[in-house]
Ligand binder design. Structure first.
Ligand code: FE2
Length: 373
């Protein structure tokens, strides 16, 4: 399967991953062939990209958090936020249950890595962004040896880290790159607003409330709102800052396409030395697949293989399917290799997105040729 941006979507393409709607129900389900009217619907809905089947890397990818839990948490969070807007109060108990559900799934799927670019519509950004920051932070916390009570505490703060945005004009969020000084100043108030909301809840620890206050601070003192430096920023917020930045980089926005997780990791590492806590970035990166499922690899015998499964225990030796020869000609008898067992097989390099695209198009054209011939 491959990610296609909305401008390049064509009728007849087959959906490889269900596109979720704002209410947690599927907008278009897996295996649906796209029609012109479906494409219009996706556009109207603010979906920036989707996954389509490409015929040879359409592999089921294990999820860190099940769709069921994701839906339950997103419904609960939506309700809480709606109630909050009206009554200025939310049910922290229900929120804690959501965090517990996330932790339970993440711990049960501890071998699973983040290996797929997350796709969602712009309209759900705040909701799904909050959940993603919680998931990524919990995974990072686990890699740093956090116990369950720390994970709960931090997870709750992460789920609510952007709660201050509720008081900010939503149109500012859609064009952050072109805000004037006044608008920028308004937007930059959301951490403090959020902190002032959260600190009134006895069930939320002061440290967790500081995630809202400090998630835009940077260890080099170049963040906001208070230009704190490393030692002044609580560890929870140093973790949330990395998760928040990464999720922002890989998401589609009205003003910019999302980057892939591999590109996202490269960008994060390049900012690492100055902006983020290096130890946190290291712990974070342990949870992101180096060779995500579906990526194309060049092997030491020249052959081309696609990654079919990865495991945290042995990230550099995934399960692969050899699909083409050195010239990119599709093998009639493709075969699987478990690299953790066959030690002679080496990965020379992972193909760049454009290189992989070329190989995939070549293979698709040859397939068509064979079918016609
Ligand atoms: Fe924020």
């Amino acid at each position: 399967m491959r990610r296609v941006f909305i401008e390049d979507i064509e009728p007849g393409m087959i959906i490889a991953r269900t596109v979720m709607g704002a209410d947690g129900r599927p907008l278009l389900t897996q295996n649906t062939p796209l029609t012109a009217s479906y494409i219009l619907r996706l556009r109207a809905y603010g979906v920036g990209s989707i996954y389509i089947k490409d015929g040879f890397s359409d592999i089921e990818i294990p999820e860190v958090v099940s769709t069921q839990v994701l839906n339950a948490v997103s419904n609960q969070l939506r309700q809480s936020m709606e109630t909050f807007v009206v009554r200025r109060n939310f049910d922290v108990g229900a929120m804690k249950k959501s965090v517990a559900l996330l932790i339970e799934d993440i711990m049960a799927n501890r071998q699973v890595l983040i290996q797929i670019d997350d796709i969602r519509s712009y309209s759900d950004y705040l909701l799904l962004h909050s959940i993603n920051v919680a998931i990524l932070s919990i995974m990072t916390g686990l890699s740093m040896g956090y116990n369950e009570s720390n994970l709960m505490d931090m997870g709750l703060g992460c789920l609510l880290h952007d709660i201050g945005l509720i008081s900010i004009d939503p149109s500012l969020l859609e064009r952050p790159e072109e805000l004037n000084a006044n608008e920028r100043q308004q937007l930059n108030q959301h951490p403090e607003i959020g902190f002032n909301i959260l600190r009134h809840y006895r069930e939320i620890s002061t440290t967790a409330a500081h995630i809202a206050y400090q998630h835009h601070e940077r260890v080099d003192g170049l963040g906001y709102p208070r230009q704190l430096t490393r030692r002044q920023i609580v560890e929870y917020a140093r973790i949330a800052a990395v998760a928040d930045a990464f999720d922002e980089i890989i998401s589609d926005h009205p003003y910019r396409r999302g980057y892939s997780i591999t590109e996202g990791m490269t960008i994060l590492r390049s900012l690492n030395r100055s902006h983020f806590d290096g130890d946190v970035v290291e712990a974070f990166s342990l949870n992101i697949a180096i060779y995500p499922v579906g990526s194309l690899l060049r092997l030491n015998d020249g052959m081309i293989a696609v990654v079919t499964s990865v495991n945290r225990r042995n990230q550099f030796r995934p399960l692969i399917q050899v699909i083409a020869d050195a010239k990119g000609i599709l093998l009639i008898d493709n075969y699987a290799i478990d690299m953790s067992k066959e030690r002679d097989v080496q990965i020379v390099h992972r193909m760049s997105e454009s290189e992989a695209q070329e190989v995939k198009e070549n293979i698709a054209a040859r397939r068509k040729h064979i079918a016609v011939g």
